[in-house]
Write a protein that binds this ligand. Structure first.
Ligand SMILES: CSCCC(=O)C(=O)COP(=O)(O)O
Ligand SMILES: [Zn+2]
Length: 241
């Protein structure tokens, strides 16, 4: 756990609220759920929320399910993505570093997202392995004729996908360091401007939404679909009719 006595008193009021929906309360609460779903075990994965001109970010390398509100970093939005030293932190807990996923979360916020979730779900990883043969910029997971596809938006302001639509989630290659995934994420977003998620080969997935509830439900729908896809593959059933 992140020790409470290692926390600075800088702008503590930004993470102190009785409101369970406040991002500083919501991020630890969500990460406890995500841990139980196998999404953020072993310190991997995480979540970031934008509220107005503040971005709330978890620390790096901590047990995400044990996080407390006073462990949360706050960035003034907008903020430079690079170099990291130029980012506008207005709250930095002592002896902790911000998540290595920060530039990826910022990339989602640049697209207008209100929340971004990164998971290391084994179903997401397995799907990237099953389409491993299609390496390169065109790598993509595709599935159709599954009811849960309706839980994924067609694109911003375009409503939700329908049963007969084909869900497409781009896959980018993993890198040695989480931060170095940023250019791949940006490229995938440019190539698939309607996507709300990008898979990372042998690593996991980034999912974002207009707000926290949408990011969470979209991530749940995708995880359901990935698990189903793995089981379909084992039964020799095609993903696209
Ligand atoms: C065993 S986790 C490896 C790092 C990673 O992929 C990740 O998502 C966690 O990054 P953070 O800096 O938020 O701990
Ligand atoms: Zn990761």
């Amino acid at each position: 756990m992140c020790p409470a006595d290692q926390v600075a008193t800088n702008n503590d009021h930004l993470v102190q609220s009785e409101d369970p929906e406040h991002p500083a309360n919501l991020i630890p609460e969500l990460c406890r759920k995500f841990y139980n779903w196998g999404w953020v075990t072993g310190t991997g994965g995480g979540t970031s929320i934008r509220q107005g001109d503040h971005i709330f970010i978890a620390p790096s390398g901590v047990q995400k399910e044990l996080m407390q509100p006073n462990n949360i970093f706050v960035l003034q939005w907008p903020t430079p993505k690079y170099p990291a030293s130029d980012r506008n932190y207005i709250r930095k807990p002592l002896k902790l570093n911000p998540s290595a996923c920060t530039p990826l979360f910022l990339t989602a916020f640049e697209q207008g997202a209100g929340c971004c979730i990164h998971t290391h779900s084994q179903w997401a990883v397995l799907v990237t392995l099953l389409v491993e043969r299609e390496k390169g910029p065109d790598a993509c997971f595709e599935i159709s004729n599954i009811e849960q596809i309706k839980g994924i938006p067609r694109g911003k302001g375009k409503g939700m996908l329908g049963f007969f639509d084909t869900l497409k989630i781009p896959i980018i290659e993993n890198t040695a360091f989480e931060e170095d995934l940023t250019s791949g994420l940006e490229a995938a977003m440019n190539k698939y401007p309607d996507t709300y998620a990008v898979l990372v080969r042998r690593h996991g997935i980034y999912v974002w939404g207009d707000n926290t509830a949408k990011a969470k439900t979209q991530c749940e729908s995708l995880d359901y679909i990935f698990q189903l896809a793995v089981e379909m593959h084992k039964l020799g059933l095609p993903w696209v009719k």
